[in-house]
Design a protein around this ligand. Structure first.
Ligand code: NAI
Ligand code: ISE
Length: 337
């Protein structure tokens, strides 16, 4: 049976997930879409899902009897309310990152899902579905570089919009690293510090960019992540894992090597949509398959909560300049606690 999905938020990634469900993936159909900007919702529906209903708001969409699963791709601050509503209706929900903008709201979701007794929520952390990160994790798990000691990483965006603020370097951008390193290392964070190097003149007046985040895990692994969201030249994700026996690095996406005019060059992508296109496809297909099988696989509400607790500590560290502790509540049994 085809899974009938409703989508809340038809902006950049909402439109992209609607397109992939209708054109690239199998086993699902978009039957309803909505957005605070209803004209935008109608426009996207017409383009990719002309038979989809356009209810007045997210709550109305979740309540539609034909909607079997929900995709939440509205702004981060609105996620918690829709995810909690979907849980209340006992409907599966794929929520783009972040699960919620505060750890407190993430915990409400964890508690609501744990009270239901079965996973209903998958968080849109797509990097664990990226073939490069998967290969890196497989190599670490095989012990090829011995015990992991350090990670040096960078998350660079070509530029960001006018609404982007310094703390979003953590809550919107670093949050991907916060999730993927927990997954890759099977470890949790214990502390965070943030350092600001010389400010780029290409950043907006109100922003401090770049920034360097220093994380420490329970096992004592030290991680440094450069967040540079106005780097100008492209979208560039780097990750080098240093172990006792060697170093393993995230592969660059394949690109043609061009030899021309006495130069050797390869193109660098410029946005996340293109860089992680295959990972998003595999991730959303896994959600569809998981709902149809009655068992979700991707990032859990607990993973969303852990990323949020770590993000909160990093934002505190931006303000205090100090090393901030990262402490979680006990993990509920539903998530292996
Ligand atoms: P966007 O601004 O392009 O789109 C968001 C849409 O949600 C807008 O059309 C807006 O009108 C709508 N919206 C806002 N509040 C709403 C509400 N209460 N109810 C219904 N619709 C509402 O933003 P974008 O880039 O698509 O991001 C959306 C979410 O996806 C964010 O949480 C963002 O962090 C996440 N995201 C994840 C990415 C990833 O790599 N996994 C990449 C880009 C975004
Ligand atoms: C955006 O929301 C994403 O999630 C992208 O993957 C990330 O690279 C970017 O910094 C965020 O703004």
């Amino acid at each position: 049976m085809t899974l009938k999905i409703g989508v809340i938020g038809t902006g950049a990634i909402g439109e992209d997930h609607i397109r992939r469900c209708m054109q690239a993936l199998s086993g699902a159909e978009i039957v309803a879409v909505t957005d605070v900007n209803l004209d935008r919702a109608r426009e996207v529906a017409e383009k990719y899902a002309p038979r989809a209903k356009v209810p007045a708001d997210g709550e109305a969409l979740i309540a539609l009897p034909e909607v079997e699963a929900v995709i939440v791709t509205s702004w981060g601050g609105t996620h918690a309310r829709y995810v909690l509503e979907a849980i209340r209706h006992r409907k599966y929900v794929f929520c783009e990152k972040p699960l919620a903008t505060t750890a407190e709201d993430c915990l409400k979701i964890v508690e609501a899902e744990a009270a239901h007794g079965k996973r209903l929520v998958q968080v849109g952390f797509m990097r664990p579905y990226d073939s490069g990160y998967r290969a890196l994790k497989a190599l670490i798990d095989k012990g090829e570089i011995g015990e992991v000691l350090m990670i040096h990483a960078a998350h660079r965006n070509q530029r960001v919009g006018a609404n982007y603020k310094t703390d979003m370097g953590i809550t919107d951008t670093l949050v991907h690293e916060l999730d993927v390193f927990r997954w890759m290392l099977g470890d949790d964070y214990v502390s965070a510090q943030v350092i600001f190097p010389r400010r780029s003149g290409k950043a907006m007046e109100h922003m401090r960019d770049p920034q360097i985040v220093l994380l420490e895990t329970k096992k004592g692994i030290r991680i440094d992540v450069e967040i540079f969201v106005n780097c100008q030249y492209g979208y560039d994700i780097k990750c080098a894992v240093v172990g006792e026996l060697g170093e393993a690095s995230l592969p660059m996406p394949p690109a043609v090597e061009l030899r021309k005019s006495a130069a050797l060059s390869t193109e660098i992508m410029t946005d996340w949509k293109e860089r992680f296109i295959a990972a998003y496809d595999v991730e959303v297909q896994d959600f569809i398959n998981g709902v149809r099988a009655g068992a979700l696989n991707g990032a859990t509400s607990w993973d969303g909560y852990c990323a949020s607790v770590a993000a909160d500590a990093c934002v505190r560290a931006q303000e205090t300049g100090q090393i901030e502790k990262i402490e979680m509540t006990p993990r509920p049994a539903l998530y292996g606690g």
